[in-house]
Write a protein that binds this ligand. Structure first.
Ligand SMILES: [Zn+2]
Ligand SMILES: [Zn+2]
Length: 136
């Protein structure tokens, strides 16, 4: 059983999505620094203590160990709780936090487009489900 994080502060990534009649909650928990193991890796903070959301790296606040954003994220696990939009069953999955280019149908624009997404399959009906990266 997965436990929902108590706060988004515990996560480097957290999202809730409505997908048709279903929904997806996905998150990636912060992990201990691989070097000193005394603190959780996170985005660096500026000198006022604000998290630099767009930073291209993660750092350890204790020993200052730094890891490149994408390479580090690929070592993490994305936990997912979902209600499948196709079979409406609930499920849970843990998948590598790796984004792949996938083609999805954009119902607003009526066209297919390529987006970065974490992909998984419903454990009941095998429907492919995606946690797409939000476009800015
Ligand atoms: Zn450290
Ligand atoms: Zn399903």
């Amino acid at each position: 059983m997965l436990n929902m994080p108590e706060s988004v502060e515990e996560c480097i990534y957290f999202t809730r999505r409505i997908v048709g009649k279903g929904n997806i909650v996905a998150w990636v928990s912060k992990q201990d620094c691989p070097q000193c193991k005394k603190a959780k890796m996170g985005k660096p903070r500026d000198n006022k203590g604000k998290v630099k959301i767009r930073a291209k790296e993660y750092t350890c606040p204790t020993c200052k160990y730094t890891a490149e954003k994408e390479a580090y994220e690929e070592t993490l696990t994305c936990d997912i709780m979902y209600t499948c939009p196709k079979c409406l069953k609930q499920g849970e999955q843990s998948v590598p936090f790796k984004r792949k280019k996938v083609k999805i149908f954009d119902s607003e624009e009526g066209t297919e487009k390529k987006v970065d997404a974490v992909a998984f399959a419903c454990s009941s009906c095998k429907e492919k489900l995606y946690v797409t990266k939000k476009m800015k």
